[in-house]
Design a protein around this ligand. Structure first.
Ligand SMILES: [Zn+2]
Length: 91
């Protein structure tokens, strides 16, 4: 399946990105692009470092928060949970 995705991506010239939680690669359009600024989590706003989370991991709140806290080097679990909910609602 992974190989197939790679071939498809090359064929359609779609960049593959890796989910920070499950490390599965997928086309960028299937992933949520997020960023951390001063340990604040938000959707990517066009500048700075960003990272990706797939929809499957986003649906698994516990798993997603764990990966995000690691990525943002933050321990504010409740805050992240709230931001995550907002992101899901927006989508
Ligand atoms: Zn994932």
């Amino acid at each position: 399946m992974k190989e197939l995705l790679d071939i498809m991506a090359k064929k359609f010239n779609q960049p593959l990105r890796m989910c920070i939680s499950c490390r599965q690669r997928d086309a960028q359009i299937h992933l949520f692009r997020l960023q951390c600024f001063d340990s604040q989590l938000s959707l990517f706003r066009g500048s700075g470092r960003s990272f990706y989370l797939c929809k499957t991991c986003l649906a698994d709140e516990k798993k997603a928060i764990k990966a995000l806290m690691r990525q943002c080097k933050s321990g504010e679990r409740d805050k992240f949970a709230n931001i995550l909910k907002e992101i899901i609602i927006d989508e």
